[in-house]
Design a protein around this ligand. Structure first.
Ligand code: AMP
Length: 541
């Protein structure tokens, strides 16, 4: 058990489950879990108002798993869920939390061959999670026995109501033993659901989230983006590029997700690092120092790790995963816009989390505007704008005033139309900085011609894989490479491709157009105080 999962221990959760939660990357109970787990462990009935995104599934899965009788071969827990998708998710969560208890769980839903489910039920399962229609099917065929059910959960009851399942639900309840624990979770409590909870629960405890008002700080501009799970990383990188974000805290739900996201971002060339409860004090301080110095631009954090962080001038807070409660949302976004400055807070949500977002919006009396994820073209246009700004500041700053540049400029101006000349120079700069448009950038990258200058180094097409004689043993991180290469070779960090760090050496992929410049620049570079030798990798590595 890590120090941080003690929150679960204090609720009375058993060590085998805590180990599993730790493995899942949970650091502390969510508010709904803190409220529900002790009650459910006592066997109480519960009516909870909570939606996806709050951790409601684990709030009932943890205590129900803990109360299972391992000797009983017949189903002891029945969960009704409105859709196949939700049934599968709930089953997955039971499976992970119960990993060390050797519990068998089964999702039964329409659309899957019923024979397979019958076989699985016959083999013995402790927890059945099903959609009402398919559960009715099994009851009619007598392939599901409910006489040993000790706990019954109605998940997303209002959804089931609006899908017309109310009669099925009542019929299913009629098959359950009277002596049981009954739990109902619903985002809203319409009359028919209230009636069901009154009729079928016994003096239930009631919990709801976000009843109290907690105002969000007014100087923070908030927006949300609705995206599918698998598009999240891509969406995040586009938002970061488009907004030219260079100092943000990105919140994830679990330690695991923090690590995975940091790695995914590093591989795409972002200066990102994770901070969470598994880091020791030294590692934590190191990451923080690097964030403060700007060597890390995106700090990927859990709520626990971000608590008490003393960092200033954070321009953006990004909720990569939505906060589990309005309080925690306010806490998170309070990390930006300090000392009278405007801050921005972005929240990425799955469509299923929309209701939870609305609840946060209401409870915090804030306006969270909908935005669409920038397209690759938007990002490229924005990169060009930024390039324009950089050129403006170079000119006003008096760059290139030495006579050798001025002489060349005069000659070029004589030979070419000025606008064509400037356009060509801008295009060349854009190429170097990854701002040349969606065709050449990493986002939505089209085919890139194979390199001729370098032998095959085993890199992605269009890239050259470079070997560098420094690795994990020297405590280097991908961000070290990105930063050093970007600075020394004067290219955008976003251009750098995959970085594979081994114990003694590292492979870094860079676009072939800049590979020579990177090799030359690295001859005079050092990382962590060590000089670097770089050379094209040999294929097969
Ligand atoms: P739910 O609201 O039950 O749909 O859960 C949303 C997501 O939060 C799921 O991916 C859960 O695995 C995750 N989750 C639940 N409880 C916690 C927790 N205490 N810490 C971190 N993540 C959690």
């Amino acid at each position: 058990m890590t120090e941080l999962t003690q929150g679960f221990a204090a609720l009375g959760v058993n060590p085998l489950i805590i180990e599993a939660l730790d493995e899942m990357g949970f650091e502390e109970p969510s508010p709904i879990q803190a409220a529900a787990i002790p009650l459910l462990l006592e066997g109480k009935d519960l009516v909870g108002q909570a939606q996806t995104g709050t951790g409601k599934t684990a709030a009932f899965a943890i205590p129900l798993l803990q109360r299972l009788d391992p000797e009983e071969p017949r189903p002891q827990v029945l969960v009704l869920a409105p859709t196949r998708e939700l049934a599968l998710q709930v089953a997955d969560e039971f499976g992970k939390i119960g990993k060390r208890l050797r519990v068998r769980e089964l999702a039964v839903y329409g659309g899957q061959p019923i024979e397979r489910q019958i076989k699985a039920l016959r083999a013995g399962v402790s927890v059945v999670i099903g959609t009402p229609g398919r559960i009715m099917d099994h009851l009619e065929r007598r392939t599901l026995k409910l006489d040993q059910i000790r706990a019954f959960v109605l998940d997303e009851a209002d959804e089931m109501l609006s899908m017309g399942f109310i009669e099925d639900i009542e019929e299913i309840i009629g098959h359950l033993p009277a002596e049981r624990q009954t739990i109902c979770f619903s985002a809203t409590m319409p009359e028919p659901i209230l009636r069901i909870t009154e009729r079928y629960t016994r003096t239930p405890a009631r919990i709801s989230l976000g009843g109290r008002g907690i105002a969000a700080p007014p100087a923070i501009d908030q927006a949300y983006f609705e995206i599918r799970e698998r598009d999240k990383v891509e969406a995040l990188t586009r938002i970061v590029d488009h907004e030219a974000i260079s100092r943000a805290i990105v919140f994830c739900r679990t330690k695991r997700e923090c690590d995975e996201l940091a790695t995914a971002l590093q591989a795409r060339g972002y200066l990102a690092e994770a901070i969470h409860g598994d880091l020791n004090q030294v590692q934590r301080n190191r990451v923080l120092a690097r964030f403060k110095e700007g060597q890390v631009e995106l700090l990927i954090a859990t709520d626990v790790a971000a608590r008490g962080l003393d960092v200033e001038n954070v321009t953006h807070v990004i909720n990569y995963d939505i906060a589990q409660s309005p309080e925690s949302h306010v806490h998170r976004i309070g990390r930006t816009g300090r000392i009278g400055r405007e801050g921005m807070a972005f929240t990425l949500i799955h469509p299923r989390e929309f209701r939870h977002l609305k609840l946060i919006e209401r409870a915090t009396q804030a306006r969270i505007q909908r935005r669409s994820v920038p397209t690759a073209t938007d990002v490229a246009e924005r990169a060009l704008d930024l390039l324009g700004e950089r050129i403006d500041s170079l000119v006003t700053g008096g760059a290139g005033q030495e006579s050798r540049f001025m002489d060349l400029a005069a000659r070029l101006l004589e030979e070419h139309e000025p606008d064509r000349l400037v356009a060509a120079l801008v295009a060349a700069m854009a190429e170097n900085r990854g701002a040349a448009g969606p065709e050449t950038g990493r986002l939505g990258s089209g085919p890139v011609p194979e390199g001729h200058d370098f032998p095959n180094t085993g890199a992605e097409p269009g890239y050259v894989r470079l070997f560098m004689n420094i690795g994990a043993r020297h405590r280097v991180t991908p961000a070290d490479f990105v930063r050093t290469i970007a600075r020394k070779a004067d290219i955008s960090g976003g251009l750098i491709g995959a970085i594979d760090i081994y114990d003694d050496f590292t492979f870094v992929e860079v676009p072939k157009e800049v590979a020579r410049a990177v090799l030359d620049a690295m001859e005079h570079a050092s990382i962590q105080g060590r000089g670097i030798h770089a050379e094209p990798a040999r294929p097969g590595h």
